[in-house]
Every structure is written in structure tokens, then in C-alpha cells.
Design a protein around this ligand. Sequence first.
Ligand SMILES: Nc1ncnc2c1ncn2[C@@H]1O[C@H](COP(=O)(O)OP(=O)(O)OP(=O)(O)O)[C@@H](O)[C@H]1O
Length: 371
Amino acid sequence: MAEILAVSVAGLVKTYSARSAVTRTGPSRADRRRDGGARGRRARRGPREPGSGEFPAVLAPHPSEPHPSEPPTSGRVADGRIRAVDGLSFSVPVGSVTALLGPNGAGKTTTVEICEGFRAADAGEVRILGRDPIADAVELRPRVGIMLQSGGMYPGARAGEMLRLVAAHHRDPLDPAALLDRLGLTDSAATPFRRLSGGQQQRLSLAMAVVGRPELVFLDEPTAGLDVAGRRTTWELIEELRAAGVTVVLTTHAMDEAERLADQVTIINHGRVVATGSPAELTRGGAEGQLRFRAPAGLDLATLLLALPDGTTAKESPSGHYLVEGTVDPQLLAAVTAWCAGNGVLAEDLRVEQRTLEDVFVELTGAELRP
Ligand SMILES: Nc1ncnc2c1ncn2[C@@H]1O[C@H](COP(=O)(O)OP(=O)(O)OP(=O)(O)O)[C@@H](O)[C@H]1O
């Protein structure tokens, strides 16, 4: 039976004018979030088309002066335009949690904003709950929750008032007071939005995204900048959403978050999907395993290698610490321990290590540090 999809994106393309990209010289969105929002959160109130720029003019280079920085390193420059999203396809099954991972500038936000109906794509097809995110926006609005970073917030309005206001627009909302309590915001209910801390603003945005009992929620770096308790509460809420059958699409830079929450991880780089699968599939897929042990320094690794299957490597680094890499299976483990026994070597702390999602991510994206 065909899987029912909450989100289906095929061959998505979005370009920006290189000029407007040059104005993006401020901190990355993630950095701004980690900054607790102090440097100005991005309002997402509607489509920002090429040329609109997104940072205040004071951060933009003077139009008559060439910008000192090199051309943008992320995206592909074609005909003077940046390909922020370059033929990207992915789908999200109903009721699942999907994490979009990618280095800064990979195209995650652009993709999500197109799915949310905030931006128009240049090419490609997007279906959200079977509908077009722009043409069917009115129908989708009550069914889709979006965690905004600051758009739609009234700086002077109190947290509780804002949540109640959003709840009032829905037919069968969650109880705003209970949700505030759930997210540790009860004591801040009477605090104006602008006086909330960055983490409190973020939790309120999350509450506003879910108060209407949406079928699908987009969460943009939901835990960036949150303290340990805030992170845990947010994770638990996301797990509850999944248990309730809500589809969740989240962007994150936190590998542990993706590993813990996501049924499916989609890794994006340079505007394209470079890998997709469950965390287990990605860390297993094509993975070479690692076997580590400690033993006296200076073992004769050439003879060890003779005892191991072709394609296996072994090295000592640092002194007395050994790493064997290859297809780690019971035979390899037996071969290593047999060699140790035959050579009178006591291998201590022998352990098999699995690749983590972070290893996979670094491998696939090169994890270059992007401006
Ligand atoms: N409004 C805009 N105008 C011009 N270029 C833009 C605009 N928004 C994004 N870009 C460019 O498009 C590319 C993708 O950006 P996007 O914000 O989608 O990436 P991201 O993966 O969400 O990054 P991050 O993790 O830093 O938030 C980058 O090269 C960026 O500079």
C-alpha cells in the first residue's frame, strides 16, 4: 500500500539574486538563535522575494562599493544567481518525525519556507497534506503549525494573551494555560513578549505552533539556545506530538536531537539531498565499523593485518591505542582476539564503535565551516 505523505517535495529549485545574498552578512540564523535572539530574530511574515534582503540596511555593504567578501560559498552561482535549492526532493510520511540536517547555507530554511507557503519556488512540485502551500494556504492554515522565530509576535503583548489569541482562531485548541504550564511558561504568562528571554520566546513560539492541534508542524531549530531543561521539555513535547499522530518536520544542527527524535533524517548540502534514511540506516549504511583496544605499545601490526580480512586497516595512535577499521563482524572480532592470544597480547578495553550521525554528516557534507 502506498505510504500516505504529509509533505512531498520533488525537484525543488529556488534561486536568489547574488546581490541579495551578499547582503546576508550577519550572523547565521542558527547563531542568532543561539544568541538568544538578542541580535534580532528574523520575522517571517510572508514571502521575501529575491532582492528583498533580510538584514537591516546598516549591515549591508554600501551599494557603490564592492563587498569585501568573496562570492557566497554556499549554493551554486549560476547566471549571477545563487541556487539555494537545486533540484531537491524528499517526502515525509504522515505521523513521522523528519529532521532536515545540513550545514549553514545548505538550503534548509529556504526549503521549509517554500513548504510553509512563505516563498514561491522557481521550479518543482510541493504538496503539503496533498495541497499546494500557496494556492491552498487558507485551507492549510488551521492544519499546519509553524514555529515562527518572531514573525506575528506583538512585542508588547503578554505571552499568555498571545497564546490565547492564537488558540481562539482554532476550532478545538489545546488548553493554553495547560500548554504554558507544560512548557514551563506559567510564571511568564503575564510578561510582554519583548521581555521574555530568548529561550522563553522560543518555547512560546513552539506553543503557538501546536496550540491549534495541527496535523503537521514545522519546527525550525526548536532547541537552539535552550537550556538543558528547555531542551528536554521540547523533546518530550515532540515525542508526544508523534505519539498523537502529528507529523513533525524539524530543522536542526543538533545531531543528538535528530538521532533521538527523528524517524527519518534528510541531509541537505548545497541545495540537494545527499542522504536520507532513519538514523540507524544512515549510521549503518555502507558503514565501516571500528574496533578499538589498548595494549602494549609497538605491536607488529603487519602480522595482525595478515590475520584479518582484506580491506581491513589497523593503526596505533596514540601509542598503545589501536584502531582496526573494516567490516566489523563476529569473525573480525574473533580474528583480532585470536591474534592477540597467539602473540601473548592482553587487549584491554576492547570495544566496537558505531558511526554516529555526526560521523555520517561530516562524511557527506565535508562539514566545511560556512560563513
Ligand atoms: N533572502 C535571501 N536572499 C538572498 N540569498 C538568500 C536569501 N535567503 C537565503 N539565501 C542564500 O541561500 C542559501 C541557502 O540559505 P538557507 O537560509 O536556506 O540555508 P540554511 O540551510 O537554512 O542555513 P542555516 O543553517 O545557516 O540557517 C545561502 O547561500 C543563503 O545565503
